[in-house]
Design a protein around this ligand. Structure first.
Ligand SMILES: [Mg+2]
Ligand SMILES: [Zn+2]
Length: 192
């Protein structure tokens, strides 16, 4: 790690995470994750979140779920999935401090990333969180744009099949840092 990357990650107390492609594997062809059976945690995620917890970082998920608007799954299905996710993480000593969901389709709300409504809710609920002490970690350009709109630092997760896509190239250019996984980010951030 060089000094530059270190500065980019300094003074971060609040870690905002996208869900799909960061915590769990994206399904092929942009299919939606509709239930726990389709929810496959990515390698090292439990330990990465547990490490952030142990080092006193607040971990907040902000996720677009327009599958709800499309009728593919309900808010209740999502709540159930997230209960299972929390249970699975808890078994590894890991905890998400909050999960904020946008269930809307494009053009219906102020919270579908790259819009910033979910973050604004979080900043209200966590008064110590400010853009200057926060980072947004995501695998799509929407995540990176949302973070940039708020003046947050941003980290792009380079997905397996995304490395060469035009969107990925754009997101990498915009982001403060690009890494292969959440686990890599946590190792760099905490210098371990
Ligand atoms: Mg994603
Ligand atoms: Zn919304």
């Amino acid at each position: 790690m060089n000094g530059n990357a270190s500065n980019k990650l300094g003074n971060i107390s609040h870690v905002f995470l996208d869900r799909d492609g960061v915590l769990n594997r994206n399904l092929p062809n942009g299919q939606f994750v509709t239930c726990w059976e389709e929810f496959e945690l990515l390698p090292g995620v439990e330990d990465a979140v547990a490490t952030l917890n142990r080092w006193g970082r607040t971990v907040i998920v902000v996720t677009n779920q327009r599958g709800v608007a499309l009728g593919l799954y309900s808010q209740q299905d999502l709540d159930r999935m997230h209960d299972q996710l929390r249970e699975r993480l808890a078994a590894h000593g890991a905890r998400l401090d909050a999960i904020y969901v946008c269930p809307h389709d494009d053009g219906q709300c102020n919270c579908r990333k790259p819009l910033t409504g979910l973050f604004e809710q979080a900043f209200q609920d966590f008064p110590a969180a400010r853009p200057e002490n926060s980072v947004m970690i995501g695998d799509s350009v929407r995540d990176i744009e949302a973070g940039i709109r708020l003046g947050m630092r941003t980290v792009f997760i380079i997905g397996d099949d995304e490395a060469a896509s035009a969107e990925a190239v754009g997101a990498r250019d915009l982001a403060s840092l690009s890494v292969p996984s959440l686990s890599d980010f946590v190792k760099r951030m905490l210098g371990s």
